[in-house]
Design a protein around this ligand. Structure first.
Ligand code: ATP
Ligand code: MN
Length: 481
């Protein structure tokens, strides 16, 4: 007999049929009621064991974490909380779980403890829900772009470009670290290395993505990205997944429209397809926030917050307007910011971003037209900017509770302007000749952005630490599993 997923059993339209369910025991109460979960849904199916006719030996082995197979009759449940249950006729223990040793006991565990047990935390309600939502969101990402005719591009993970400029890089080498070959100048001779040159793990697929947009029109990447971020924050991982669309003939306004429409689509998709999981996560968040002071609690329950993002346009604010707001803000005047905003040109820290989103606008914000000298070399210089106050067509999308979720720009499509910028910043033109070729042959206006997938998952699940929305987080000092 083939087993049926718990999700399908709970959605069943007929009862009194013989069914087989397989899963892991969450709890076993009164020597009679098994709450069985198989990962197909947050909901357990209750399996009622005929304890009088089941050997004591077997009953003892029904412990939290054990894998079991039950065969029985699907009946309407008399108990509260579930529609159906299984009246067990035959029970088989597939894999024992020593109750004394299994770390995932049916009680509240701290998120820190669960992180240390990332291989088992997925057996809890919360992490099962998070990982299902993550999976659905990643499907929604592909579904959005594929429906719109974007081409999915796999940009390289090992890159020969040293100057992607998005963050600190991890180096890739097969040279013996205890016996590095040296050249005549006494430096490491990367000609002897695997690729015959110095290589890194990618920090962004954008530059390669642009070359494809300049042929295929609309492209997107969705892949792993690596940054040797030495800061230990709740929003940074050393290995994360990034989505990077790039579109020929789009300007910055088109880019903002695309980002907003895309984010709203994937959130809607999660609301439509992860109802049970999101409802559970909403409850989890309310519970977690009970122990926090009122001021630190979310303004809205999770589902309301997600619907709010769907129903309201993102507020578009120029950097210059944002600086004026921040300069006049109470935390700035009362010197509550760690970095005070005194003048135009200041880089915005996450405290400023969060003030704008959470206190001032109270909705997602798109900041655009940043000072040229705090942004990357490839961003398009605005026409008609005052000397000394040059701005670029950059945009960052800021979300409540998260801060920056998207960074993007219209790209500098003018060869001469781009070269000048690279020279001023000391970026090697020879090394990036292939990037410059996009501007030498058939250059055109184009724009794109990068969205950190885990920050999106954070927002949708209402979790607060990025380590809790990726299966096995990589952070400074930690690469367990
Ligand atoms: P931040 O200022 O938060 O460090 P960034 O300016 O370095 O972000 P970008 O280089 O613009 O970010 O990358 C695009 C997006 O990738 C960001 O908006 C964010 O969502 C995500 N991102 C960047 N760095 C990380 C990281 N270390 N871990 C997880 N996501 C990240
Ligand atoms: Mn960064």
């Amino acid at each position: 007999m083939r087993h049926t997923k718990v999700k399908d059993l709970l959605n069943s339209t007929t009862t009194l049929q013989e069914v087989n369910a397989k899963g892991w025991v969450r709890t076993f109460r009164n020597n009679q009621f098994i709450a069985l979960n198989d990962g197909s849904t947050i909901n357990n199916i209750q399996c009622v064991v005929d304890f009088e006719n089941t050997p004591e030996e077997t009953l003892k082995r029904i412990t939290t974490g054990a894998a079991v197979s039950v065969i029985g009759t699907l009946v309407e449940s008399k108990g509260a909380g579930q529609k159906y249950e299984i009246q067990v006729n035959k029970l088989e223990i597939l894999g024992d779980s020593d109750a004394e040793k299994f770390p995932m006991q049916p009680k509240k565990h701290s998120l820190e403890f669960l992180r240390e047990n990332a291989h088992l935390r997925v057996r809890t309600n919360a992490f099962g829900a998070i990982m299902r939502v993550r999976s659905v969101l990643s499907y929604a990402v592909h579904s959005y772009f594929q429906q719109k005719g974007f081409v999915y591009v796999n940009t390289p993970i090992i890159t020969g470009a040293d100057a992607e400029g998005a963050g600190e890089m991890f180096q890739v080498t097969s040279l013996p670290l205890d016996n590095l070959p040296k050249n005549e100048e006494g430096n490491i001779d990367f000609k002897e290395d695997f690729f015959g040159k110095h290589t890194n793990l990618t920090v962004s697929g954008q530059l390669e993505g642009e070359t494809f947009a300049m042929a295929l029109g609309q492209i997107y990447t969705f892949g792993p990205t690596f940054r040797a971020e030495n800061s230990n924050t709740s929003r940074h991982l050393a290995e994360f997944w990034m989505i990077e669309p790039e579109v020929a003939f789009n300007d910055l306004d088109d880019n903002m429209d695309l980002a907003e429409d895309f984010i709203q689509y994937v959130i809607k998709y999660a609301l439509d397809n992860c109802g049970d999981d999101l409802k559970f996560l909403e409850g989890r968040l309310l519970e977690e926030e009970k122990s926090k002071p009122q001021a630190d609690r979310s303004e809205m329950p999770l589902l309301e917050k997600l619907n709010f993002v769907l129903e309201n346009n993102f507020k578009r604010v120029s950097y210059t307007e944002a600086i004026d707001i921040l300069r006049d803000s109470t935390p700035n005047k009362k010197k509550k910011f760690s970095y005070l905003i005194n003048e135009w040109g200041a880089d915005l820290q996450s405290e400023h971003e969060r003030y704008l989103v959470e206190k001032h606008f109270k909705c997602p914000v798109i900041l655009y037209d940043y000072p040229a000298n705090i942004k990357a070399f490839y961003m398009r210089l605005n026409d008609n900017t005052e000397p000394g106050r040059e701005t670029v067509r950059a945009m960052d999308i800021l979300f409540p509770g998260i801060g920056e979720i998207v960074g993007g720009s219209e790209r500098e499509e003018r060869y001469d302007v781009l070269v000048q910028k690279m020279e001023a910043l000391g970026i090697d033109k020879e090394e990036l000749y292939w990037y410059l070729d996009t501007r030498r042959f058939g250059s055109a206006t184009h724009a794109g952005f990068g969205l950190g997938f885990e920050r999106l998952v954070l927002f949708v699940t209402g979790m607060t630490n990025i380590r809790d929305v990726i299966p096995f987080p990589r952070t400074p000092g930690s690469a367990e599993f």
